[in-house]
Design a protein around this ligand. Structure first.
Ligand code: BV8
Length: 251
């Protein structure tokens, strides 16, 4: 039986779904990924230069500009068929009395713009900026920022509202992710290199619990041999096929 058919079998018999997405699910929307040679952000910058609290302390202007440019870019991108298929899948599962939690490492908000409602942003969002003095979060800062870095009303600076390397994930996100993984009957990893923790650990934990597991990714990853079915290909092409087959199965 082909991979898609086996994947559909797992999907049709699931009622408590956890999906984990990474940059690959937004690639077809024009949002560069992190570790792909051609488009990866990291190929243009050294992550230690930009995605760490030390980098912001050392050079807040450069880091603020990089994140503001990414914020402007994602606001000009649109959800792709992969995002839309995930939102439709969630609606169908929840409508049938099941549960569906979308854990995302992405900071682009495209899942929410596609209609996904049960989204847990493990690494924050490019649209959020947080005051370094008060911790107050704002999503309404001018686009682009008037200057880099932007001072806050409290006399601090506005830093990107994302989780940097070496920073803890938001407690609320961790709590929601752990609760979802502990009670799921299907875990699906989509468009992620499965290298960043603790996000990658949630999928490994679910697999270790023995729940059904599926991966949709363009390239092989460290979990490709761990999951029940690993589909090689583009999220924007495979997810709509899974969605159509799943809906047919529930007819
Ligand atoms: C933490 C937000 C506890 C910012 C990101 C040393 C010191 C400190 C920490 C560590 C350390 N060593 C290890 C760690 C832990 C570290 C970690 O895991 N490092 C890895 C690299 C080894 N983790 C952390 O630091 C986390 N915090 O551990 O706190 C702690 C506290 C103090 C001290 C120690 C520990 C915080 C991690 C969060 C970091 N923030 N982003 C920003 O966006 O700038 S991570 C960043 O990577 C993005 O969020 C991204 O989502 C994430 C993962 O990348 P992917 O999404 O998977 O993207 P990638 O490009 O890698 O892969 C894309 C995939 O898609 C590819 O496989 C490709 O084949 C596929 N693809 C491409 N196109 C398509 C496709 N698939 C389908 N369709 C397509 N069209």
């Amino acid at each position: 039986m082909g991979g898609i058919d086996r994947a559909l079998e797992l999907i049709r018999s699931s009622r408590r779904v956890v999906v984990m997405t990474g940059a690959g699910v937004s690639a077809e929307s024009g949002v560069p990924t992190f570790r792909d040679d051609l488009t990866g952000y990291w190929s243009m910058f050294d992550p230690n230069d930009l995605a760490t609290p030390e980098a912001f302390d050392r050079d807040p202007a450069t880091v603020s500009r990089w994140y503001d440019e990414r914020r402007q870019r994602v606001l000009s991108c649109r959800p792709n068929p992969g995002h839309v298929a995930l939102a439709a899948w969630e609606e169908a599962v929840v409508g049938a009395g099941g549960s569906f939690v979308l854990l995302t490492q992405n900071v682009d908000r495209l899942h929410q713009r596609a209609g996904s409602r049960h989204v847990v942003e493990l690494h924050g969002s490019l649209l959020s900026w947080r005051c370094t003095r008060t911790g107050k979060v704002r999503e309404d800062l001018p686009l682009p920022l008037p200057h880099y870095p932007m001072e806050s009303e409290a006399g601090g600076l506005y830093r990107p509202g994302v989780v940097w390397f070496g920073e803890m994930l938001p407690e609320s996100a961790v709590a929601r992710a752990e609760a979802a993984v502990a009670s799921c009957d299907l875990v699906v990893s989509i468009g992620t290199s499965a290298l960043v923790y603790p996000a990658a650990g949630y999928v490994e934990w679910a697999v270790a619990q023995g729940v059904s597991s599926l991966e949709v990714n363009r390239d092989p990853t460290p979990i490709s041999d761990l999951v029940d079915v690993s589909l090689r290909g583009l999220a924007g092409e495979i997810l709509p096929r899974l969605g159509a087959g799943w809906r047919a199965g529930t007819g």
